[in-house]
Design a protein around this ligand. Structure first.
Ligand code: MV4
Length: 505
């Protein structure tokens, strides 16, 4: 087993990985950019080293520096988390070349899955159902011919894409030319690769993904599915496990397909096969994510398997220690991603200082977060402040706990998506469990955060003001003038802060 692992990430996932290391008796090393000196992941780690200025491109993404830090501190392995360097095959290769274990699949596997056309070829050969369409990069002329052959509507997609970038829906012949041109230029500017392919459009799809785990002893298993259909602009917002409207037969077939996909590329570690499921219950491989995902915790909740520890053990050469037949789904789990964003302003990020932070707790509740009261959400990174995961014996109990947890959860200083989640948890279509990827667009378009009870707001303001005041560096100086309501009075200070930040509403 490794003695020391460097976590090439920040925020909640870095904390999550550090916890796994500590349970395994491994020393955890954090890296931090200049704005993350006081971040939670730094406080949890055994050692921490600076990695550069705030922009990720100058810190967390600088692979040579990350590897240099790992070498200097004597780390045996690097866990990349998600985002940043997690799906960069060249980084995985560079780790290997430096004699450091990259906790994940090989660079070759990442490149094979990162290129969607290659992934489609590989999956087709492995007998995994793919969305009907092409398995070659197409010229505009070829694309037009294929669109005719497949029949409209079609999706034009970037081979280097994923997550919706460089993707265009074509419903009419007249739209095709422009869609190709736009998809190509978007692909070129985003990925430096303008390769395109075409798929038949799948209407009213659900996004269902299967978690897989593979060790280096020939064991490849799946940990069932997650429903990730509730997304906004290709950003997942709420996930649940197991998925809605699954039958034991469909679960079996999708699980086998995901395992076949992993085996086809000799996969190692944790990965996820994303599928589209149409209203008829047919499923089609979309792409494979070769990393640990944000939403892995709901799968941990229903299976009892610690996915991050399994990744680390697997990378160290240990066998999984269980087989498919040992696994079963127990209960139901839901994740709400709590973002620092403003529901009243197009869900734009709402950076700032977290003045009050009081996470939910109690039975069936897990909170994975990278922040604490007094921490700052900056514009440099993803604005997710916490993952709230609830588990219940059945879906209804998981929903009831989510509603209860959302009402407990207090974040002041930045706006959050908590009110949005509260509304979803009360929506009849969500409660019914009958929804697809159009859920937010269809039912939540006119979402506006409910007006807060003025009395509740007044108390919240007072609490936030006290919290802000307590941290003030010039507390002593101010304390002397409190009685007079002078310059240092918290009530004056509150008024000023409120105007300055506009974030206490
Ligand atoms: C599709 C599709 C319909 N038909 N492909 C969006 C992200 C990318 N991973 C794949 N996406 C889609 N591909 C075909 N052939 C609809 C989507 C899609 C979607 C997929 C999953 C979750 C949310 C989505 C929202 C809009 C569109």
């Amino acid at each position: 087993m490794f003695q020391k692992v460097l976590i090439a990430n920040r925020g909640e996932i870095a904390v999550r990985i550090i916890r796994a290391c500590h349970e395994l008796g491994i020393k955890a090393v954090a890296i931090y950019s200049d704005v993350d000196r006081d971040a939670l992941h730094v406080r949890y780690a055994d050692e921490a080293y600076p990695c550069g200025p705030p922009p990720a491109s100058e810190s967390y993404l600088v692979s040579e520096r990350v590897i240099e830090i790992a070498k200097n501190c004597g780390a045996d392995a690097i866990h990349p988390g998600y985002g940043f360097l997690a799906e960069n095959g060249d980084f995985a290769d560079a780790c290997a070349a430096a004699g450091i274990t990259f906790i994940g699949p090989t660079g070759d596997v990442m490149r094979k899955m990162g290129d969607k056309v290659t992934a489609r070829q590989t999956m087709e050969a492995a007998g995994v159902p793919i969305v009907p369409g092409t398995t070659e990069r197409l010229s505009d002329k070829e694309a037009a011919a294929w669109a005719k052959k497949i029949g409209l509507p079609v999706m034009v997609k970037a081979s280097a894409g994923g997550g919706g970038k460089g993707m265009r829906l074509v419903r009419e012949d007249s739209e095709l030319e422009q869609a190709l041109a736009r998809a190509r230029s978007e692909a070129k500017s985003s990925f430096g690769d303008d390769g395109l392919y075409i798929e038949k459009f799948v209407d009213e799809p659900r996004h269902v993904e299967i978690q897989v785990l593979a060790d280096s002893h020939g064991n490849t298993i799946h940990l069932f599915e997650r429903e990730c259909s509730i997304q906004r602009r290709h950003q997942k917002v709420i996930e649940e496990a197991p998925a809605n409207r699954m039958t034991p037969e469909l679960r079996e077939k999708m699980g086998q397909a995901a395992v076949a996909a992993a085996k086809a590329v000799d996969y190692r570690g944790a990965g996820t096969c994303e599928f589209l499921v149409n209203p008829q219950g047919e499923f089609f491989f979309l792409e494979m994510n070769t990393r640990v995902q944000v939403e892995h915790a709901i799968t941990e909740a229903i299976t009892g398997i610690d996915i991050v520890k399994a990744m680390i053990r697997g990378a160290a050469g240990e066998p999984l220690g269980f087989e498919q037949k040992d696994l079963k789904i127990s209960g139901h789990a839901i994740e709400a991603r709590i973002y620092a964003e403003d529901p009243d302003n197009k869900f734009l990020p709402s950076p700032g200082e977290i003045l009050v932070y009081r996470p939910a707790g109690g039975i069936g509740v897990r909170v994975d977060s990278g922040v604490y009261q007094g921490a700052t959400v900056t514009v440099n990174y993803d604005p997710m402040v916490a993952k709230l995961v609830t588990w219940g014996i059945d879906r209804q109990e998981a929903i009831d706990r989510m509603r209860r947890a959302l009402r407990e959860f207090v974040v002041k200083g930045v706006k959050t998506s908590i009110p949005f989640h509260q509304q979803v948890m009360r929506h009849p279509k969500f409660i019914e469990g009958h929804y697809d990827t159009g859920f937010i667009e269809t039912y939540m378009k006119d979402f506006a955060a409910a007006e807060v009870d003025p009395e509740v707001r007044r108390v919240a303001h007072t609490l936030a003001a006290i919290a802000a005041y307590r941290r003030d560096k010039h507390q002593a100086e101010r304390a002397s003038s409190i009685q007079t309501g002078g310059e240092g009075s918290p009530w004056k200070s509150f008024g000023r802060r409120s105007q300055m930040r506009g974030s206490l509403r």
